[in-house]
Each structure stands twice: as C-alpha cells, then as structure tokens.
Design a protein around this ligand. Sequence first.
Ligand SMILES: Cc1cc2nc3c(=O)[nH]c(=O)nc-3n(C[C@H](O)[C@H](O)[C@H](O)COP(=O)(O)OP(=O)(O)OC[C@H]3O[C@@H](n4cnc5c(N)ncnc54)[C@H](O)[C@@H]3O)c2cc1C
Length: 196
Amino acid sequence: MEKLLVPTICKVDKVIQETPDIRTYRLKFREEGLMEQFTFLPGQFVEFSLLGSGECTFCIASSATRKGYFDCSIKKAGVVTADIHNCIEEGDEVGIRGPFGNWFPLEDIKGKNLLFVGGGIGLAPLRSLIQYCIDNRGDYKDFTILYGARTSADLCYKEEIKEWQDDKSLNIVLTIDRPEETWHDNVALFPKFWKR
Ligand SMILES: Cc1cc2nc3c(=O)[nH]c(=O)nc-3n(C[C@H](O)[C@H](O)[C@H](O)COP(=O)(O)OP(=O)(O)OC[C@H]3O[C@@H](n4cnc5c(N)ncnc54)[C@H](O)[C@@H]3O)c2cc1C
C-alpha cells in the first residue's frame, strides 16, 4: 500500500471459530479492485486495527494463490485481541496496513522434500506456505505436515486438515499433549489413535 501508516478498510467476510480461543477472520478490501492489487508472499504479516481499541500484528494465514480474500487467525491474548473476538462479526469493518516483513525462501525449497512443523496458533504463518505449496504441488517432492496442540480442541483448521488427510500426496501427522478419553467432534482427525 502507498500510505504506510494509513489503514485501508477491509470487510470481514467470514469468521471461523477454530478453537475455544482462536478465530480466523476472512477479509476483503472494501474498495473495489484493491483485493486484486494486494500482493503478498507466505510469511508476511499485516497490522490489523480496530477503531477505539488498537492495532495488532498478525501474519497472513492464507496464500495469495487463493484469490479474492486473505485470512488472519487471531488468538485471544490480551486487550485488543479480546476486543476483536468480542466485537468483530461478519460484515464489520477493520483497518489493515501491510503487507510487511520477510517471506519464506520460496525459490530455495523448490524441488525439495518439505517438512512443516508447527504447534497451536503457530500453524497460521505455515498455513500460508502450505496452501502455496499445495497449489504448486508439482514443484516439490515429499510433503509432510507435523502439527500439534495441547488438546484436539486446540487444533486449528480442522476442516482443512481433513482435506489434507484426504490428499494422498500429503503426509499429515497430528499430535496432542494430553491424552483424551471423551468422544467428540475432533475424533475424525485421529482415526488411528481412536481405533486403538
Ligand atoms: C510478526 C508477528 C506475527 C504475529 N502473528 C500472529 C498471528 O497470526 N495470530 C496471533 O494470534 N498472534 C500473532 N502475533 C501475536 C499478536 O500480535 C499478539 O498476540 C497481539 O498483538 C496481542 O495484542 P493484545 O492487545 O490482545 O494483547 P496485550 O494486551 O498486548 O497482551 C498480550 C499478552 O501478553 C501479556 N502481557 C502484556 N504485557 C505484559 C508484560 N509486560 N509482561 C508479561 N506479559 C504481558 C498479556 O497478559 C497477554 O497475555 C504475531 C506477532 C508478531 C510480532
């Protein structure tokens, strides 16, 4: 964007409750044509502002290869993130500055085996790279995602993980820190674990 310190207004297109304290906000620029001009690479971040509350840094959790929107996954951590969780709903408007920061070495990883290792909200920046690599799958060899969280409820992107598990060209390894005995919705992600 041209004006570094001036936020551009985005509309919240969708809010996805990923875990008890993480939500993904799918954003689109309000002004026609701006979405097409917004270019970013996996690893970059934006400054996300909520008028009257403040501004926070969030990585872009989706890939620019998925056109027409970008995602920020936000964990409730303190003052502003709590306000975002409590106040922002679909159709609301927020301010965005960016993209800023470095990106993953996309050229260097071409032709290589890929191993993504992440935990909890740490999958957010990796998801941008994972989506980018899936959308350019032919450029890479083995593709493994190792993802963990404290409990199965704390795993982000559960619907997308199911799609990754269904893709036979990807190897998905999930882990949780605490043993679980209760039968709930996330069982589908752990077929081997639960069959034991
Ligand atoms: C490059 C970058 C990318 C990021 N990407 C993401 C992302 O994709 N998703 C995401 O959820 N977060 C991300 N973060 C973290 C996110 O920016 C912070 O969680 C957010 O700014 C917190 O703002 P807040 O006002 O809600 O919290 P604050 O009120 O500032 O508090 C944050 C936490 O720190 C504690 N805290 C505050 N001050 C102190 C202190 N002095 N001593 C000890 N503890 C203190 C609070 O109790 C709270 O737990 C990223 C950060 C960076 C730098």
